[in-house]
Write a protein that binds this ligand. Structure first.
Ligand SMILES: CC(C)(COP(=O)(O)OP(=O)(O)OC[C@H]1O[C@@H](n2cnc3c(N)ncnc32)[C@H](O)[C@@H]1OP(=O)(O)O)[C@@H](O)C(=O)NCCC(=O)NCCS
Length: 175
């Protein structure tokens, strides 16, 4: 865990009201977030839907926003880490935290949509690798969902029930 490094790092949320910081992060990643309308939507949504931020000192290094489709099926709406902080464990911490938070609310399925490998984009190849290594399973490609140049890959992870629920389930009498 990054906290074990002893530096003042903390995850804040789910009521994240840090639109300016989220905007700075998204604008540091032009190879992923290049459409002005989408940037503004993700910035706005970071204050509207459950979102967590990773703070290092007083600086926000990354954030994740989550969207509910059904009570037990949610989606990662947006995840981004400041360009200079990528590959340091921040994205993993945020995703892990979001998964635990959702599981504690009884959520079973967390999906993510990203650019599919039928696109030659090298940057999204890194993004797919990140999700695959964190246990997300590719489910389906939607070639037209985001338009013909941005094929969408849907990935899903089944979230583990928190221990408390497992214990109480185990305590139920068998019929
Ligand atoms: C995708 C993204 C959110 C991942 O966040 P990240 O902080 O860069 O990812 P992490 O650092 O947690 O993990 C990446 C690699 O860093 C290394 N890493 C992980 N934890 C680490 C730690 N504590 N210390 C040092 N390195 C670490 C690992 O090599 C890891 O890769 P692996 O576990 O697959 O080998 C981020 O790179 C990003 O913002 N990408 C651009 C935007 C984007 O793709 N958004 C999603 C659109 S769908």
């Amino acid at each position: 865990m990054l906290q074990a490094l002893g530096i003042n790092m903390v995850i804040v949320g789910p009521n994240l009201q840090k639109e300016k910081d989220c905007e700075t992060i998204l604008r540091s990643l032009p190879n992923w977030f290049g459409i002005e309308e989408s940037i503004q939507m993700y910035v706005r949504d970071s204050a509207l839907v459950p979102s967590f931020g990773f703070e290092s000192g007083s600086t926000l290094s990354g954030f994740i926003s989550l969207k509910e489709h059904f009570p037990r099926a949610w989606e990662v709406h947006c995840i981004a880490v400041q360009a200079t902080d990528r590959n340091g464990g921040v994205g993993s911490e945020l995703l892990n935290h979001a998964e635990l938070w959702l599981a504690s609310k009884g959520v079973r399925f967390l999906q993510i949509k990203t650019i599919a490998d039928t696109s030659a984009d090298p940057f999204y190849a890194e993004t797919r690798e990140f999700y695959l290594r964190r246990g997300y399973e590719p489910i389906e490609v939607f070639p037209e969902l985001w338009g013909p140049t941005n094929p969408a890959l849907q990935l899903v992870k089944v979230l583990k029930l928190p221990n408390k629920r497992l214990q109480s389930d185990a305590a139920q009498p068998r019929t």
